[in-house]
Design a protein around this ligand. Structure first.
Ligand code: NAG
Ligand code: NAG
Ligand code: NAG
Ligand code: NAG
Ligand code: NAG
Ligand code: NAG
Ligand code: NAG
Ligand code: NAG
Ligand code: NAG
Ligand code: NAG
Ligand code: NAG
Length: 308
């Protein structure tokens, strides 16, 4: 081949590469060649649906195409609603409830649970809420040890209950401890709803993203027909397995936050860490994007990812 043909070829490939880079540019979210989304949900790196696309096995997403649109799941079958590059993801959870008939017999008793191996349940972004007028509800979970906590919601009549106000009258709420990886919600009653059954035949308990559920007095009655509704629970994710920043920084060949513009944060669950921009967050800090001429502060060093 003469050098002119070579030059033309070179130019062609440079333009091709530029085209690819422009398509991916803006906010780089996904490894080149990997699916950007599963149905409505975008799948940013370090998450992915195949070994070339995720950072390690803890970030596996299973995209189930039998749904229309397709739905993403974690290993173990937990549905994923949203994945945020700021270190959070939202997964599906359901309500716990128990119901009683006129003569005080328990007719339904359903508990709710979530168990995770590789992510913890965000203590700052979720709330536990119990709804009812003869209701005490428990959250059981484990961190290093088991723990149990809970709250009580009571009322003497529907007149005392105020929508939007979750202060123990008809509704109580609580934050949850840091770093837990599982919970189970259970409900019980003091007097089998015998005095309140006419307007409140059931107790309900919900773990959800803070601000997602807002108490309404009508729910004392109406939630009994909405038991199939799902609620988003916010999880924390972090890279680095169980290494802290300090431990990870000792090994420069695996440490993920490289540039002087990046900051390392120990995850709240005390396992793993995250990298964030010193200034306003932009793009995907975990995805290698130096080759795109972007303002990249974090490079993942793993050889698999230096493919551009
Ligand atoms: C997907 O997005 C469409 C349009 O925004 C919306 O109508 C639909 O409810 C979404 N589906 C799911 C499963 O979130
Ligand atoms: C948790 O991560 C490990 C590897 O880090 C993986 O083997 C395992 O399948 C993950 N478990 C779940 C439930 O995702
Ligand atoms: C996808 O979802 C369907 C319906 O829930 C289920 O039967 C199937 O096993 C799922 N497929 C995968 C790969 O998880
Ligand atoms: C990193 O983790 C810290 C807490 O450990 C949290 O405040 C911060 O929002 C996280 N940032 C990102 C980008 O994940
Ligand atoms: C409540 O349920 C119990 C047990 O199923 C039944 O024996 C009783 O008749 C029910 N009472 C009413 C008022 O429906
Ligand atoms: C409440 O119901 C339970 C089981 O349905 C029963 O064992 C108990 O005696 C009842 N208590 C009252 C106060 O009605
Ligand atoms: C925590 O609770 C589980 C299930 O209830 C039990 O199997 C386990 O032994 C408990 N662990 C500790 C340390 O108490
Ligand atoms: C909800 O369920 C109850 C009991 O099954 C029923 O009486 C009521 O009509 C249903 N609908 C609404 C909107 O509450
Ligand atoms: C950290 O992870 C390694 C390997 O996965 C394991 O051997 C070690 O026990 C873990 N350390 C802690 C404190 O969990
Ligand atoms: C750093 O990590 C790499 C890859 O896991 C490993 O081969 C190397 O031995 C580590 N170096 C030190 C000093 O721990
Ligand atoms: C990178 O971005 C930050 C914040 O957006 C900006 O202050 C800085 O000047 C940029 N650096 C380069 C080399 O573009």
């Amino acid at each position: 081949m003469n050098s002119q043909v070579l030059d033309v070829l070179k130019m062609f490939f440079t333009l091709l590469l530029a085209a690819i880079v422009i398509t991916v540019g803006g906010a780089p979210q996904t490894m080149l060649g990997c699916p950007r989304n599963c149905g409505n949900v975008t799948i940013p790196f370090p998450f992915g649906t195949s070994p070339d696309c995720y950072l390690d096995d803890s970030f596996i997403i299973i995209c189930n195409n039998t749904y229309n649109p397709p739905k993403p799941f974690l290993v173990g079958g937990i549905e994923v609603f949203d994945i945020l590059v700021n270190g959070h993801l939202k997964v599906s959870s359901w309500m716990a409830y128990d119901c009683y008939n006129d003569s005080g017999f328990r007719t339904r008793d359903v508990y709710s649970w979530l168990r995770l191996r590789n992510f913890s349940i965000s203590a700052t972004r979720n709330k536990f809420t119990a709804i009812g007028c003869d209701t005490y509800a428990f959250v059981k979970g484990s961190r290093d040890k088991n723990y149990t906590t809970g709250c009580t919601a009571l009322c003497d009549g529907s007149d005392y209950v105020k929508s939007g106000s979750c202060n123990g009258v008809g509704c109580c709420e609580m934050s949850i401890p840091e770093g837990i990886r599982d919970f189970q919600l259970t409900i019980n009653s003091y007097k089998n709803y015998t005095r309140v059954q006419k307007f409140n035949p059931c107790g309900y308990a919900i773990m959800s993203e803070e601000g997602y559920y807002s108490f309404s007095s009508a729910d004392l009655w109406a939630l009994q027909n909405k038991t199939r509704e799902t609620f988003p629970v916010v999880l924390d994710w972090a890279v680095g397995g169980n290494f802290t920043c300090q431990e990870a920084q000792k090994n420069s060949s695996t440490y993920a936050c490289r540039s002087s513009n990046s900051e390392c944060w120990d995850s709240l669950s005390r396992r793993g860490y995250n990298c964030s921009w010193k200034k306003v967050f932009q793009g995907n800090n975990y995805l290698i994007d130096g080759c795109q001429g972007m303002n990249s502060s974090i490079l993942l060093v793993d050889q698999n990812f230096s493919n551009c």
